[in-house]
Design a protein around this ligand. Structure first.
Ligand SMILES: CC(C)(COP(=O)(O)OP(=O)(O)OC[C@H]1O[C@@H](n2cnc3c(N)ncnc32)[C@H](O)[C@@H]1OP(=O)(O)O)[C@@H](O)C(=O)NCCC(=O)NCCS
Length: 170
């Protein structure tokens, strides 16, 4: 079944929460080991809708199998920047869903006037790094041993994608 990529709505909150929780519980990819409470996930989605932050989900039938969001920074000197988060449920990876989600969300971010998208990724997360590189993200930095999970250290990579031309000053 081909996934349908669409902007998130409040009807998607429970499915988004379930997908996020499943990926978090894998412990290998995200900064948390479980999703926040459902109310917090709903508040996150409501804020994104209210603030015009792009968030897309991948639907397969009644199931949400992935998400991608870019949260615009509120600090006055960083309002052209957004922080990206994404995931695809384990049994649906490698089918093009992550790429489709990322493409849609980046296009919406650019259309919304963002000029920079940044993210953190674990150095061992080769799939995500390869995807981000393919979509134009550059490596910007590394925090050594920033993660310690289940007795194993990992580095944190900082990656960024910049569309400077439309926002260039002077
Ligand atoms: C990273 C992730 C979102 C990619 O989603 P996906 O649907 O599996 O990826 P796609 O099938 O769309 O593949 C897109 C590209 O990602 C890369 N990729 C995907 N799976 C890969 C793998 N197993 N090994 C290497 N590269 C891989 C490739 O560049 C691929 O392009 P290609 O097929 O042309 O080579 C998904 O693996 C995931 O959810 N991982 C766990 C959560 C996570 O890491 N979130 C990001 C935290 S920073």
């Amino acid at each position: 079944m081909a996934a349908r990529i669409a902007p998130i709505t409040l009807d998607d909150v429970e499915g988004f929460h379930a997908a996020l929780d499943g990926v978090a519980r894998e412990r290998r990819f995200l900064a948390s080991f479980e999703a926040p409470p459902l109310d917090a996930a709903r508040a996150f989605v409501e804020a994104n809708l209210h603030e015009g932050n792009p968030q897309f989900v991948a639907h397969e039938g009644d199931r949400i199998v992935g998400w991608c969001d870019i949260k615009r920074s509120v600090r006055p000197v960083h309002t052209h920047c957004g922080v990206l988060g994404m995931g695809v449920v384990a049994d649906r990876r490698g089918a093009g869903i992550g790429r489709a989600l990322l493409r849609a969300t980046l296009a919406a971010a650019r259309a919304a006037g963002l000029r920079r998208v940044e993210l953190d990724v674990r150095a061992r997360n080769g799939s995500a790094i390869a995807l981000y590189e393919r979509m134009g993200f550059r490596h910007e930095g590394r925090k050594v041993a920033a993660y310690y999970v289940d007795g194993v250290f990992d580095d944190l990579l900082i990656m960024g994608l910049v569309w400077p031309e439309e926002g260039a000053a002077g």
